[in-house]
Design a protein around this ligand. Sequence first.
Ligand code: AHR
Length: 672
Amino acid sequence: MRTPCQNLVVVWVLIVGFLGCKDQGANTSEPSHATLDRNLMVDLKDTGIKIQPTMYGIFFEDINFAADGGLYAEMIKNRSFEFTLPKTGWMEPNSDRHSYNNQSGIMSVVKYGGEGANHNFARVEVKDPQGYVLINEGFRGMGVHEGAQYDLSLKAAKHLGDITKIHFQIVDSLGQVLGETTILPDNKDWKTYNASFTVSKTEMKAKAKITFEGKGEIDLDMISLFPKDTWKGREKGLRKDLVQLLADLNPGFLRFPGGCIVEGRTLERRYQWKKTVGDIEDREILINRWNTEFAHRPAPDYYQSFGLGFFEYFQLSEDIGAQPLPILGCGIACQFNTGELVPMDQLDPYVQDALDLIEFANGNVNTAWGKVRVEMGHPEPFNMKYIGIGNEQWGPAYIERYMAFEQAIKSKYPEIVIVSGSGPFPDGDYFEYGWDQLKKLNAEIVDEHYYRPPQWFRENADRYDSYDRNGPKVFAGEYAAQSVAIASPENRNNWDCALSEAAFMTGLERNADVVYLTSYAPLMAHEEGWQWTPDMIWFNNLQSFGTANYQVQKMYSTNAGTDLLSISENGEKLIGQGGLYASVVKDSYTGEIIIKVVNTSKGQQQMHISFGNKSLKGKVEVLTLAMDDLQAENSFADPFNISPLESTFQLGGEALEAIVPSQAFVIYKINI
Ligand code: AHR
């Protein structure tokens, strides 16, 4: 009998097999090195279609060490000894479980019962302070920067004997000390101690080394280390470089916390937002569902500490000017795994979670959940407008549960917009059934996912042209071109994929009356801790960079405009004829006309873009993202290999004359 995990692997393998036929790249059907003459026409007449402020957003999921070990800047892995194997991440090089350790000492994890979420602590018995060492390995090591300050905090209680000092050091792989501090424990009761220190040398794979003075037993818990320089300088905050990459996207929304992580492999292990708010030490940790999902990328030490919980997600959304878009489980565990169902007559607590979340985000201090938010330091409401029900659910079981949520949410909060889902695939039975039902229910926004080969993206730029204008709006909630096959570990964030996505996105923009939100997925991956590739942003313990796909997303999201205009060639929309794709918007704040052109062919194209009988004058700003090699990528060594080049020229005549390079995505911004 197969385990659920094996079942999932089989499903993936089938999908991989189905989609695994190798795409030969963006330019295959196009003539090589020819210069094509293209006569395009931009109609400056308003189409009446608005580009939604939410059009280009971010999908965040704690996959690939995106939260713990990534965005959440905690450097100590398993700080509260709560992992299933409670010594995970901790090492005692001079201790032996099978001896009395008279020359060192040993740590035992004490497990106590009762209320609350934090049931374990470490009891360190020091027999010889010269010999005993406790190490934490961090998340694939700890990244520290020369001259930077780090904040240590820990809880300690002296149990027996007299341990007088706790030495905390950051050491490199040779044991060289890069920074250190000392704590003087002085109490038999639990007490929190804080200290800061500076690091003398940059190191990607440092470790924390703890030693003691005096003999006896001391209890330790919540051993935590953060860089002082976090995003907005928040204590125990988020990694600054990673948030900056997100902020630079100027995202319209932030979807959180996933993805499949919402659903859980089993219902018991679903994401429960209420367990992620309040004091961090009271947040019950959970095995990350990506922990052992893929046999080819096991990460048994991947847990969710929820230090990055729902309050922090809302706060992050606010910081980066994005609408918060939380997605909640709907009483169905991941259907790729167990697909466990909550019986309909036991669904109320799940529905209540959704209602309480709205109260948490928007309620005032006189409401139970609004009070929790206020006490966490945010008296103002977060002004949440959207809520998602279910992730990649399918079939009647989903529709039935969705209806129960919809009824409850709309009766209490009619102003909240509900995002529903059409399942994991962009077509087929699940998709058709989901859309059919959701249309009948007058659903407001339907989430679609497509992980497909680059060719699919180039061939589907007209996907939304035929969508019902009176039906639900679309959230293109997860998409990414897969260079080999879905979630194949061989997938690359190459230019072929990014260029194909850019081509496809002209179709999203052209259909802005139907498509209201879009986001690439997954968002982030740790160089060593990833499970799924491709990903938009890669990072290690010191550095991060945006892929070519990131650059494409950024060019769209920072040039989103406000109103759709139309662009055509001989009266036809541009959906890949001769490798050319185009869309155009106006920005009513700046007055700019923003033309996006994607040339997937190998060979430059000569543009003659006219504006009807209008003759425009003014400066044209040009952003060009181009690369000869479709296999090219950005990397830690060359993070801006594929990044936009800026140039300008003066528009003087009746038409905009410009050459679009081979395999390029170009934006022309005309200041009129
Ligand atoms: O983005 C990775 C995963 O892909 C998401 O968790 C899930 O929704 C989809 O299958």
